[in-house]
Write a protein that binds this ligand. Structure first.
Ligand code: CA
Length: 356
């Protein structure tokens, strides 16, 4: 009898022990921090991480909480990659092409000049091998990267004077990141990247002569048109995808259900940012002619576009020859674009051509 009671006690305590462990895992609250490149009111960029954080907290019933720090808090707008890699922040929200000076293989995951449109690029990311290549590029930094919201096709930028020839571009100081910056440098411009909060002052003070930012939804609020009223159509960022970065070690410590909640919330908030920005640009463009009659919308002349394409093609050959992984990514993008563009032409392009 005594023996049986003892056995029962052992069994009960084992069951209780297991229950306690399960309950503590389910109850454990993970408090994370995310650093963004963006200022606290920079819609829709800042909305993507904020919406993601809200979704995560609600879907996890408070078990995963992510504090979003805007650039005014951490004071390092272009230091997101380092802070996530180093573990000071669990997550980041920024643009992959900002890290081209640290690791050239991270460059193509934002957008490429003359590259894929947003639909084509999302198809490449989620179904055409893009996600796998992005994780491969970030692997050695022990950072995971996920699509973080798209701007759609961007405008080519703001210039003080009309650009009639390649000679008009030579010697200009321009803020233009990514591969497009390399192209412009090859055409004789001095290129730089400046965080959004300092752009207007840089243009006003003449630190830069020209800049590109995003599109009408975001650009008009910045006031660039007051200084540089020539607004050029885009060639350089047809599908700018922002990125969520996650410290791999921190991600691996999350229970599987929280990992899934996080991945789902990132994907939903990314798509939401894309349509939010589309809405903002549609509204801004609709009113622009009436409200800002001094803005002169232009397209670069053929001579300039041809020179950009030539420089772009030459740079692609040079950079691919030096970087095997970059070559793998760029070849994958080019092949996907070749295939997808035929369908884009047959569907959206022919429809729009006949219905504008
Ligand atoms: Ca841009």
């Amino acid at each position: 009898m005594l023996k049986k009671t003892a056995k029962l006690l052992v069994t009960s305590s084992l069951i209780l022990g297991i229950a306690a462990t399960a309950s503590s895992a389910a109850d454990r609250v993970y408090k994370w921090k995310l650093a963004t490149t963006w200022g606290p009111t920079l819609s829709p960029f800042i909305d993507a991480p904020q919406n993601m954080s809200k979704m995560v907290e609600e879907m996890s019933d408070g078990r995963l909480q992510i504090r979003v720090d805007a650039s005014n808090k951490h004071k390092s707008a272009l230091g997101i990659f380092d802070m996530v890699k180093g573990g000071q922040y669990d997550m980041g929200h920024s643009a992959s092409y900002y890290w081209k000076g640290k690791d050239i293989n991270t460059l193509p995951f934002t957008t490429m000049p003359f590259g894929m449109t947003t639909n084509e690029q999302y198809a490449w990311f989620y179904y055409g091998g893009g996600m796998e290549l992005m994780q491969k590029a970030y692997k050695k930094h022990k950072v995971l990267s996920f699509p973080g919201g798209n701007t759609g096709n961007q405008m080519g930028g703001w210039f003080r004077k009309e650009i009639n020839s390649v000679a008009d571009l030579e010697g200009l100081k321009m803020r233009i990141p990514g591969f497009a910056g390399e192209v412009m440098a090859k055409l004789g411009l001095t290129v730089t990247n400046i965080a959004s909060g300092e752009l207007y002052t840089a243009l006003e003070r003449g630190t830069i002569d020209a800049l590109e930012w995003v599109g009408p939804g975001m650009d008009i609020n910045m006031g660039f048109h007051k200084i540089a009223p020539f607004y050029y159509t885009g060639w350089h960022e047809p599908a700018t995808e922002l990125q969520f970065l996650v410290n791999e070690r921190k991600f691996n410590k999350l229970p599987k259900d929280l990992q899934q909640i996080l991945v789902t919330a990132m994907r939903v908030s990314a798509y939401d940012m894309y349509i939010q920005n589309y809405h903002m640009s549609a509204n801004a463009w609709d009113k622009m002619g009436a409200e800002y009659p001094n803005i002169k919308v232009k397209t670069f002349p053929k001579e300039v576009m041809d020179a950009m394409k030539k420089a772009n093609d030459e740079l692609l050959v040079e950079m691919k020859a030096k970087n095997p992984l970059l070559k793998e990514v760029l070849d994958s993008q080019a092949e996907y674009q070749r295939k997808a563009r035929k369908w884009t032409e047959m569907s959206d392009y022919l429809f729009l051509k006949d219905n504008l």
